[in-house]
Design a protein around this ligand. Structure first.
Ligand SMILES: [Zn+2]
Length: 388
């Protein structure tokens, strides 16, 4: 409603201006306006704001002096979620032949954003492409095109647009481009074209040397091809890219070490990772390995010691599990209850968190569903471990 009261004087003034320019005599400026003004006012007083808005918007003649008002109004409507109305205002605006080049471009940019808001991506794409061809508002147009192509999962076009955006803005989009190559690589992988996938992943690494996703996919590729040593070498790169993601590589990494039969090397490497603060997943893998090689007591001693320094729910859960098999009857009962409660806490605990918008998830997304950023979601460490 408050928007309507805002429109009221604008509409009146517009009517008055039009009348003034047409040379008709006038007694006084303001609310002595045209029949449509009163029609609109009438709707307003009868609490029919929709009709009132339409009348007032119709009254706003488009000319060089009211273009700004139209743009502002349309923008306002879009931001209030009244996209249909915003579209009508902006369509009406760009249909005028008298607009300057810049005014028309502004109208197109706004209308394109309306279409995106309404989910009409095809139409939005046409407008933003037209803007690009006009050499007007290119950066905004390309930004919007990138969002559209991401939505449509057209990764080739995402790459093209990003390259042009980089040229225009001078800012690196290496992280995003690497993810687009990874998306293409995953498509190649599901089409069983491993060579193509490999070459795309190399390109991803060329865009962003720290692209963990490309490293993970390359490692999986090597492992699947039976090249366990190459897979291990590849996965080890994650250590210097972003240690927090090491947990993602762990299952295949462990399997590869088993395959080549070097448990001692694995033991050393896991110790090294844990010391560098790689998180609970690595520590628990090490607990398993110690239990296997040196028995339960050693495993328990290691875990106890580790949890003193890095308290963690998942670690606590394993500690109880190890104690359960050793304890007496009373202790076993208590520990059983503790473990149950802990299980419930762990279930509610999110495993992944977006560092940009705070979105939490149970599985890893490379593009955040909340804020659409790439590579901003990371594995979460347990309570007491703090942020990294
Ligand atoms: Zn996010």
């Amino acid at each position: 409603m408050e928007l309507l009261w805002l429109l009221l004087p604008v509409a009146a003034a517009s009517g008055w201006l039009a009348a003034k320019r047409s040379g008709k005599p006038r007694e006084a400026p303001g609310y002595n306006g045209t029949p449509s003004y009163f029609r609109g006012l009438n709707y307003l007083l009868n609490e029919q704001p929709d009709k009132a808005i339409d009348v007032f918007v119709e009254m706003l003649e488009v000319d060089s002096e009211t273009v700004e008002t139209h743009l502002a109004l349309g923008n306002l409507f879009r931001r209030r979620g009244e996209v249909d109305r915003a579209i009508r205002i902006h369509q009406n605006l760009i249909a005028r032949p008298t607009l300057s080049r810049d005014q028309r471009a502004q109208g197109l940019l706004e209308l394109g954003q309306d279409y995106m808001r309404a989910g009409l991506f095809d139409r939005a794409e046409n407008l933003f492409t037209e803007l690009g061809e006009m050499n007007m508002y290119q950066e905004q147009a390309l930004e919007n095109l990138r969002v559209i192509y991401q939505q449509e999962k057209d990764w080739e076009k995402c790459l093209q647009v990003s390259a042009r955006l980089e040229q225009l803005s001078g800012q690196s989009l290496g992280t995003e481009r690497a993810h687009f190559y990874c998306e293409l690589a995953e498509e190649a992988l599901s089409a069983k074209d491993n060579d193509q996938a490999r070459s795309l992943l190399k390109k991803a690494q060329g865009c962003d040397a720290n692209c963990v996703r490309a490293t993970l996919l390359l490692g999986e590729l090597e492992a699947a091809a039976g090249s366990c040593k190459a897979a291990i070498r590849t996965f080890k790169r994650i250590e210097n890219q972003d240690l927090t993601y090491m947990a993602e590589a762990l299952p295949t990494l462990l399997a590869c070490y088993r395959q080549v039969g070097s448990q001692n090397e694995l033991m050393d490497y896991l110790h090294h990772l844990v010391e560098r603060g790689s998180g609970i997943a690595t520590a628990l893998a090490l607990v398993d390995l110690i239990q296997e090689e040196e028995g339960e007591k050693s495993a328990l001693r290691f875990l106890n010691d580790h949890l003193q320094r890095h308290p963690d729910l998942e670690g606590l859960d394993r500690l109880i599990g190890l104690n359960l098999s050793a304890g007496g009857k009373r202790a076993t009962e208590t520990l059983g209850i503790l473990q149950q409660l802990l299980g419930r806490l762990l279930e509610e605990h999110p495993s992944y968190l977006c560092n940009h918008c705070g979105f939490t998830a149970k599985m890893l997304h490379w593009q955040c569903p909340g804020c659409q950023w790439w590579g901003s979601i990371k594995p979460v460490r347990g309570p007491g471990q703090g942020k990294h």
